[in-house]
Design a protein around this ligand. Structure first.
Ligand code: FAD
Length: 485
């Protein structure tokens, strides 16, 4: 076996941790005192989940551009490579005399297995691999019930997690990045064509989002200043900016959950109400729970967590699914949510629940179809959180919403969009309808619809399903499933 050269370089492999601050792998590499090689590898592997959907690709472009700028400002250079990391990383180690390789673990079982193979290959040829935790706050193997099994209920999981949770202080931004003399010849980001052109369907993304570490920090500060105090109530109002909108930043690792945690603790120390902070940190906790579940149940994305749902009679409804994907179901809250997704790459959590519930319950489409569509269209598409959330809504997940609790999208609209502003914004066909009818336009008298310039079936569709009948059919299917299972 070759000996490790004291003068060899340290390679840092950036993945979904596109930040300089609080980056354990980067920090440890700098601590070695070795010259650095910094790479990002784009691997288009859908099975492994390393190929984002097109909306997430839009984000990835911005995030990489931002990281590359920050690295250059610190005297370094980011090399962009494309290919199979299992070949590229050992190849780089050979060609560039790399002594040690550093990365942060993804928290995804499939990717972690692949990475362990890479680590073994490196070790076999005398290069030292180092993998760090950085995606989540919790080590999933260290948090188990008294009987040594994984938690399956969020409340118990989070209470147990909080008992010992004392994240170390965040790591500082490195001031200087001393680079190796020879760096891998990387691609130009533009050549990867991660952003659409002709047509640029992502035009609405540009004004709303600033991918990258600076954008993440600004988003967090703005949320802490303007919305945290009212978060317990504000988080449910899609018509108001009541949530942090940090999800794509967290998803691409432009900010770590540890940084978020410490920022909230600082606000608590400065007088922010405990209830608001607790509520917000519990959402970070739900993210932790999703990663925890995927770690312990690695088929979470493909199989029903509750196996009774293997007997559920999902419908194959291509027309219903297509109407849902197009924001043309005729149900205003559902269509508003999907259109917000199309226009901005993001959807409010309350509306995600309403849209998902409509698809899996009223239309009885399989949750895996909805999950796949979200993965394709969300800028914050996250394989752990998306799977756990769809299973939660479908009733098949861990600690899921009971199947028989079926969201009524009209009531949800009246309750959480009480002035109809969210629907008005995203479904302009309904903008002139009086508030009383905005969440159920099909019930408005013909004369009212006419005055509002609304032609059902022409300008805006009739509902693709009758809500009461859809609900009854869903409950009947659930009852059948219970009988079989
Ligand atoms: P905030 O309310 O400000 O919450 C702060 C952070 O906590 C979020 O950024 C996110 O990281 C985490 N978080 C919040 N709510 C949840 C939740 N219910 N479960 C897990 N983590 C949460 N979130 C994703 O990041 N990626 C997804 O692919 C995704 N798919 C979803 C699919 C469905 C069907 C549903 C119902 C929810 C999904 N969520 C997903 C969770 C949630 O909707 C988003 O995280 C949230 O809307 C992001 O907005 P925010 O950053 O303003 O959230």
């Amino acid at each position: 076996m070759a000996t490790i050269s004291a003068t060899g370089a340290a390679l840092v492999w950036f993945r979904r941790d596109l930040r300089l601050a609080d980056n354990p792998a980067l920090h440890a590499a700098i601590e070695t005192g070795r010259p650095l090689i910094l790479v990002f590898i784009d691997q288009r592997d859908r099975a492994l989940g390393t190929a984002p959907g097109e909306a997430a690709d839009w984000w990835l472009h911005g995030s990489l551009a931002s990281l590359a700028r920050d690295i250059t400002a610190a005297g370094g250079r980011l090399s962009l490579l494309r290919g199979d990391p299992a070949e590229l990383i050992p190849g780089l180690a050979r060609e560039h005399g790399i002594a040690e390789v550093f990365w942060n673990r993804s928290g995804e079982p499939g990717i972690d297995v692949r990475d362990r193979t890479i680590a073994a290959t490196l070790q076999g040829s005398g290069t030292k691999p180092h993998a760090f935790a950085g995606t989540t706050l919790i080590n999933p193997d260290a948090l188990l019930t008294g009987s040594g099994t994984p938690y399956k209920v969020f409340g118990a999981f989070w209470r147990a997690a909080l008992r010992d949770l004392a994240p170390r202080p965040s790591l500082p931004v490195p001031q200087r990045l001393p680079m190796a003399a020879t760096l891998p010849a990387g691609a130009a980001l533009e050549d990867w064509r991660l952003r659409p052109a002709n047509p640029d369907w992502a035009q609405g993304f540009h004004d709303r989002w600033q991918p990258g570490e600076a954008g993440a920090a600004q988003r967090l500060e703005r949320f802490l200043d303007d919305a945290l105090d009212d978060y317990a109530d504000g988080r449910d109002r899609p018509d108001k900016p009541g949530t942090s909108m940090l999800s794509p930043h967290l998803g691409f690792g432009e900010i770590s959950p540890r940084q978020v945690w410490h920022s909230v603790q600082a606000r608590l120390a400065a007088g922010t109400g405990f209830q608001a902070a607790e509520r917000f940190l519990a959402e970070i906790g739900w993210r932790e729970f999703a990663y925890y579940l995927l770690h312990h149940f690695d088929d979470l994305r493909t199989a029903n967590f509750n196996r009774n749902f293997d007997h559920f009679s999902w419908r194959s409804d291509a027309d219903g699914l297509a109407a849902w994907q197009a924001g043309q179901t005729g149900i205003p809250m559902v269509d508003a949510g999907v259109r917000q997704l199309w226009a901005t790459g993001w959807m409010h959590n309350r509306v995600r629940m309403v849209c998902a519930s409509f698809l899996v319950k009223h239309l009885r489409c399989d949750w895996r179809d909805g999950m796949a569509w979200f993965e394709h269209t969300l800028i914050d598409a996250d394989r752990a959180v998306n799977a756990a959330s769809w299973q939660w809504v479908a009733g098949s997940g861990a600690d899921a919403a009971p199947y028989f609790r079926i969201f009524n999208p009209v009531r949800q609209g009246e309750r959480f969009d009480p002035e109809g502003r969210y629907v008005q914004q995203w479904v302009p066909e309904l903008a002139r309808l009086p508030l009383r009818w905005i969440h159920q336009p099909w019930k408005a008298p013909a004369i009212t619809r006419q005055t509002a310039g609304l032609k059902l079936g022409a300008g805006y569709p009739f509902p693709v399903c009758d809500l009461a009948a859809g609900r009854d059919a869903a409950l009947a299917a659930y009852k059948d499933m219970k009988t079989v299972s």
